[in-house]
Design a protein around this ligand. Structure first.
Ligand SMILES: C[S@@+](CC[C@H](N)C(=O)[O-])C[C@H]1O[C@@H](n2cnc3c(N)ncnc32)[C@H](O)[C@@H]1O
Length: 261
């Protein structure tokens, strides 16, 4: 086993995999996952809504906006409908670079390297706190002079300092040209999204699991899109972003897509 993998403490990538119904997790992940669900019963629904948002956003960008390059930071463990599978369904020539810093995701990265022959997928073992390193590595696969969809779904919540999180986003978006997109999801405590239950769940998480997490308000989440044009319907529960039906249940996870003018 990779000696970076710790089985004595719950890891986010593995617990997320557990909530999504996956099998790439350990007893400690399932125990903490169940306890978090006790504090916040809709967490499994949040995880599923987040993945469904990924599907709709990537399909929209590939099929309707002509995006052919995706930089998916905080990829998570391979699951159904990974970014390259969704993108290449509409655009087989799409290029995808995945980035995560969890050793177990690296161990399973092979399952992400199943590109359509016309396109390419690559995996980079790197930390979101080091966007320059990510850009340097991504540049080997992506043409950073052409539009890129920078995706950070459920990961900026692990960059605890909001100014640093904004600076990471700015560094990434400054490195890609006009016509690029920023795709984000992020947990919140906002009552409008029913986020109150997140508070106790996150406090429990921070005492029992890794990495530590934080929630952000609507204003903080929206600030990540400064200088970008938000696509309709703007900042909403990720379950409501361009969903087929109006009556989709709201979850305490913001989702939005911004366009770099
Ligand atoms: C909640 S999961 C989201 C996975 C996927 N993006 C999704 O939306 O289903 C967050 C992922 O971010 C990764 N992650 C957390 N902090 C990170 C960091 N500082 N650098 C890179 N990846 C990180 C975790 O390992 C995990 O795989």
């Amino acid at each position: 086993m990779n000696d970076r993998i710790r089985t004595d403490i719950a890891h986010n990538a593995r617990v997320w995999n557990y909530w999504l119904g996956g099998k790439d997790n350990y007893p400690v992940d399932r125990a903490v996952g169940d306890q978090v669900t006790g504090f916040y019963p809709s967490i499994g629904e949040v995880a599923r809504a987040d993945r469904a948002f990924l599907g709709r956003a990537v399909t929209h960008l590939a099929a309707e906006r002509g995006v052919r390059q995706f930089l998916d930071i905080g990829t998570g463990l391979p699951t159904a409908d990974n970014t390259h599978e969704v993108a290449q369904r509409s655009a087989p020539d799409a290029r995808i670079v995945y980035v995560d810093n969890d050793p177990i995701v690296l161990t399973h990265a092979r399952a992400l390297l199943t590109s359509a022959p016309e396109g390419i997928t690559e995996y980079v073992d790197a930390d979101a706190h080091d966007p320059e390193k990510i850009l340097a590595a991504a540049g080997a696969t992506l043409d950073l002079s052409r539009p890129v969809a920078v995706m950070m779904l459920g990961i900026l919540n692990f960059v605890l300092d909001t100014d640093e999180a904004r600076s990471i986003v700015r560094t990434l978006m400054d490195a890609v040209p006009s016509g690029s997109f920023l795709v984000l999801t992020h947990p919140t405590l906002e009552p409008e999204l029913g986020g109150e239950g997140n508070k106790a769940a996150m406090a429990f998480w921070n005492e029992n699991a890794t990495p530590p997490i934080t929630a952000r308000s609507r204003a903080e989440f929206t600030s990540f899109f400064e200088g970008l044009d938000l696509l309709e319907p703007g900042v909403v529960s990720c379950s409501r972003w361009r969903s087929a039906t109006e009556d989709t249940h709201v979850v305490a996870q913001f989702g939005a897509v911004g366009h770099k003018p």
